[in-house]
Design a protein around this ligand. Structure first.
Ligand code: GLY
Length: 353
């Protein structure tokens, strides 16, 4: 598939072939290569990856624990210390091999150590392939508040190999697919329809849907790399979804809830709000509700939990002067940013779950 150029970064979608990465390394000749993995990608992805990496440079592998709860500054400190002890310098290269936590945190570590070294993302989760590794956002959480600390700084390249999807459970494939549906909702009705008709995650057709998802996201990021306008649309469903995630993390409620699952609930509720505040046709909303119901997620909250979740929305990065600002849909395929919504309406939207 044709490489995608995005803000000084190139995205390659490959098929079990790391030639582009090997050629880059040969040309740049880094002094050392640091590969960041978690315990799961160390076991399931690293053996394949390392057997295809060709380099004479010194290789060091740094392993962290898997899970969003480790996406914090303490983990970064551990990785920074390890890199310094292992003799990293400005000419070192970092390769982040893993899902969204690894690419977000690894990108942040690489962007800040020695004031920044080159880094490459090799996402191994579907969520990482279609979202986290695209667009240069790097960072970590503060407590349960998502992505509060970070920088926008693109990797030199992202190498997407859907072959890694074979290492994922069905639940994690669904988890990643939610961001693909989101891309359809905000930018492309035909793509939304195609996603609804897709049945097999391990097929040429699905690989083409991954590529299209990356194109949709790249077009938006290219037009607004620093999220002053259109890029906010990529946070559709995340105002409520992130608040649900933070609530669940702090209260130890729904502890198995994955990012994409919380975002699916956010997409449903923000679509409900879109009918009232942005003119989304009810027929479009019904389609979104049918899609959500088929996910069979079983996410519900009582009144006092909803109040707490709304309080978490005060920390959303799109807020202005303490006012919660939403991205809403005008119809499937087009959006409006900076929409103000009453708290009562948010509360009422939760009845849709
Ligand atoms: N994940 C949203 C963005 O990259 O802007």
């Amino acid at each position: 598939m044709k490489p995608i150029e995005l803000n000084n970064s190139t995205i390659y979608q490959v098929d079990r072939d790391f030639t582009v990465l090997n050629e880059y390394i040969k040309k740049q000749s880094p002094s050392s290569i640091f590969i960041l993995v978690d315990d799961l990608t160390m076991e399931n992805c690293y053996p394949y990856f390392i057997s295809h990496l060709e380099t004479v440079a010194r290789l060091e592998v740094i392993e962290i624990d898997n899970g969003e709860e480790f996406k914090n500054i303490e983990t970064c400190t551990g990785v920074w210390n390890a890199m310094i002890e292992l003799g990293s310098d400005r000419n070192s290269l970092m390769i982040n091999l893993g899902g969204g936590v690894i690419t977000d945190l690894g990108g942040f570590v690489a962007s800040t150590i020695k004031r920044g070294i080159a880094f490459i993302h090799v996402p191994t989760s579907l969520l990482g392939m279609v979202d986290a590794s695209i667009g240069g956002k790097n960072g970590v959480d503060i407590g349960s508040l998502k992505n509060q600390i970070g920088v926008i700084n693109p990797p030199v390249m992202t190498v997407i190999d859907p072959g890694f999807l074979n290492t994922l459970s069905y639940q994690h494939l669904v988890n990643g697919s939610i961001e693909m549906f989101k891309h359809g909702l905000i930018a492309d009705r035909a793509y939304w329809n195609d996603m609804n008709n897709a049945t097999d995650y391990h097929s040429e057709l699905f690989n083409a849907l991954i590529y299209q998802s990356i194109l949709i996201k790249s077009d938006i990021v290219r037009s607004d790399p620093f999220e002053k306008g259109a890029r906010k649309a990529l946070n559709y469903g995340h105002t409520i979804g992130h608040a649900i995630e933070s609530y669940c993390m702090d209260e130890e409620a729904l502890t198995t809830l994955l990012h994409g699952e919380a975002i699916a609930a956010g997409l449903l509720l923000e679509s409900f709000l879109s009918v009232q505040f942005a003119g989304l046709p009810k027929s479009d909303y019904k389609e979104i509700k049918t899609w959500y119901d088929a996910l069979d997620l079983d996410i519900t909250f009582d009144n006092s939990q909803i109040e707490d979740i709304i309080a978490y929305m005060q920390h959303d990065k799109k807020n202005v002067n303490g006012e919660i600002r939403f991205v809403l849909l005008e119809q499937i395929g087009s959006f409006k940013t900076d929409q103000v919504v009453s708290e009562d309406s948010i509360y009422k939207a939760f009845e849709q779950l």
